[in-house]
Ligand binder design. Structure first.
Ligand SMILES: [Zn+2]
Length: 344
């Protein structure tokens, strides 16, 4: 039996008719074009006869396990005997109703990222999979569906092999927005694996035991950047602080829209902690790893996520979580910013 602790047991009938996994090459991320409830009822109806995945992640970070990872799940076509599959919700609720005809899947939210990280850490630890991003469909580690799709990233020479992950040509799953979040997710999972001995056991309430959630408003204001210099960003009118640190763990996420960033230019984004006391100079005292992205001609969209834990300030000072950006562009400007966090 290979059932993830903390996952809701939704094991489909007749698990054993799936056959055993042949190897554990990696973990593959998918998107549902639907909700967790809708996908669950479809899977339950067909049982293991139809297509199903090992895991499902809902809009609020709920984790369902449909197939014991000892057995195969059919989400990866000819690769199904080699990869653990995770389906993720993307439609309705806070995702809204979007045009499913193109490549418009919305970003994973913070609660989903925390859940995906949790599954990756469990699956990789239990099945000896390296926590690294697959660069090609033949690598081991964390990958996504489109890597093995004919007419998308699958090389023609690998059609008909275990690396063909879809019968249908041109599938974009899980979509460009979500694919752009995978390096961050892998980085978080690497941290999670390294510290799992010392990390406190997750409480029952909330993802990773986090109970407080703040879904920030979108702040639409033009913020100029200074070429070659890190700059703290305003996340609302007159305010730079996302949260005040109190020693409890947090997961923070920022979405940025940038204009004027050319394709050969880059922007870097990172979270920092700053020591603040009214009437004194604010000092930056902690720096998290940065994420880099190239310009994409028109608007460039960036999503950056951080898990952290910062102590309370001392001597009347408080530690504030902030976000900074750096660019080598003369023309790049931030046009909108949104921050969210889970804490506690
Ligand atoms: Zn898929």
């Amino acid at each position: 039996m290979a059932i993830m602790p903390g996952a809701v047991n939704k094991l489909l009938a007749n698990q054993a008719r799936q056959g055993l996994m042949k190897s554990y090459q990696g973990v593959c991320l998918h998107t549902m074009v639907g909700s967790l409830a809708g996908t669950d009822s479809m899977f339950e109806k067909d049982g293991t006869v139809g297509t199903e995945s090992h895991f499902g992640v809902g809009e609020h970070g709920e984790i369902y396990q449909w197939v014991d990872t000892k057995y195969t799940a059919d989400a990866n076509y000819l690769g199904s005997g080699h990869v653990i599959s995770i389906e993720t919700a993307d439609y309705g609720g806070s995702f809204g109703r979007w045009n499913t005809a193109g490549d418009n899947v919305p970003y994973w939210n913070a609660a989903q990222i925390a859940a995906i990280v949790k599954i990756i850490v469990w699956a990789c630890t239990n099945h000896d999979i390296p926590i690294q991003q697959m660069k090609t469909v033949r690598d081991r580690g964390i990958g996504y569906h489109a890597m093995g799709v004919p007419g998308n990233e699958l090389p023609n020479s690998l059609r008909g092999t275990r690396y063909q992950w879809s019968k249908y040509a041109g599938k974009v799953c899980p979509g460009k927005n979500r694919i752009s979040q995978i390096p961050e997710i892998v980085r978080l999972a690497q941290g999670g694996a390294a510290s799992s001995d010392t990390a406190p056991a997750p409480k029952k309430e909330g993802i990773l035991g986090m109970t407080k959630y703040s879904g920030g408003k979108i702040y639409k204001a033009l913020q100029a950047l200074t070429r070659g210099k890190w700059k703290s960003l305003y996340i609302g009118k007159g305010s730079m602080s996302i949260l005040t640190c109190d020693g409890s763990p947090y997961l923070a996420q920022v979405y940025l829209t940038v204009t004027g960033l050319k394709p050969d230019e880059t922007i870097q984004v990172r979270f920092i902690t700053a020591s603040y006391k009214k009437g004194t100079t604010t000092k930056n005292n902690g720096y998290y790893a940065k994420q880099e992205q190239h310009g994409s001609g028109g608007g460039t969209y960036i999503s950056h996520t951080q898990i952290g834990k910062t102590s309370k300030g001392k001597n009347g000072r408080s530690n504030r979580l902030r976000v900074q950006a750096w660019t080598d562009s003369k023309t790049a400007k931030i046009t909108s910013i949104q921050t969210k966090f889970l804490k506690g």
